[in-house]
Design a binder for this molecule. Structure first.
Ligand SMILES: [Zn+2]
Length: 273
């Protein structure tokens, strides 16, 4: 789950659960919490959900006037809404029941974070305090992006994946983002021209917006259990090694870039210019 999936989830949660009071919370994987389970339950139960917003790969759920619940799906999670008498998902580790007997369950594939912070102490939450701006923010302009890249060292892919720089891009969407901008993942930031940065900025917005418009990734579920429609047909080069590049027909390659894999068209995304 990357920015589009979390953005969709937060929009749907805002409509369904905001304004409702939490009456019960069950957690069978307390390692996801940042406090003992009993303390978590005691603090959360009785609070009204005030808002649900996404920031990069995190959900910020405001509880009452003093607390914020921070959720990160880790390697992926199903966060699914339920109504009274609905059949619940077969497996889940966390269940929030609301005063009207609706609620939601969370099933994490591997690990997730469910951290409760006092609103005044949000800046002490190490994992989110330094999150960069999300590309969906109105302030994420070309000029802002140019300033962000100014005098930075290293390569562009590593920079874009670092959540402290920009919040929300992961190793799925980055592939086509770089392809559209005709940038090799290992291009040094210092070598980027002004036009290349402008194209990259445009590509970040267009890839993420297109996915949001299509309901997110085809293998991730939304709040109502529906899968998105952004899949293999929408991907240009991502996860298509051996297939022809949609622009120049050169065979797409899968290469190792640091600790991540990258898919590139060697002709459209040359390393040196
Ligand atoms: Zn090509």
């Amino acid at each position: 789950m990357e920015l589009p999936e979390l953005a969709i989830l937060s929009q749907q949660m805002s409509k369904e659960i905001v304004g409702k009071r939490i009456s019960k919370v069950e957690v069978t994987n307390p390692k996801c919490l940042n406090m003992p389970l009993e303390q978590f339950q005691k603090t959360v139960v009785g609070k009204t959900i005030k808002s649900a917003e996404s920031r990069g790969k995190w959900l910020f759920i405001k509880l009452g006037s003093d607390y914020v619940l921070l959720f990160n799906p880790g390697m992926g999670a199903d966060v699914i809404h339920f109504k009274p008498n609905d059949k619940l998902p077969e497996k889940y580790q966390t269940k929030f029941t609301l005063e009207d007997r609706t609620g939601f369950t969370i099933r994490a594939c591997w690990f997730c974070y469910l951290h409760l912070m006092h609103a005044d102490k949000l800046n002490e939450h190490k994992l989110t305090a330094k999150l960069g701006m999300t590309p969906m923010d109105k302030k994420f302009t070309v000029d802002y992006f140019k300033q962000l890249l100014d005098k930075k060292r290293g390569n562009i892919k590593t920079f874009l994946l670092d959540q402290k720089n920009i919040a929300g891009i992961g190793n799925v969407y980055i592939q086509d983002i770089l392809f559209n901008a005709k940038l090799h993942p290992n291009r040094a930031i210092s070598s980027l021209t002004s036009t290349e940065i402008e194209n990259l900025h445009k590509s970040i917005k267009s890839v993420l917006n297109e996915s949001i418009a299509m309901g997110g990734l085809a293998y991730e579920k939304d709040f109502f259990g529906n899968k998105g429609k952004y899949g293999s047909e929408q991907f240009k080069i991502a996860y298509k090694p051996g297939k022809p590049c949609p622009v120049c027909q050169t065979i797409i390659q899968k290469i190792k870039t640091g600790s991540t894999s990258s898919f590139i068209c060697p002709k459209c995304q040359p390393l040196t210019k």
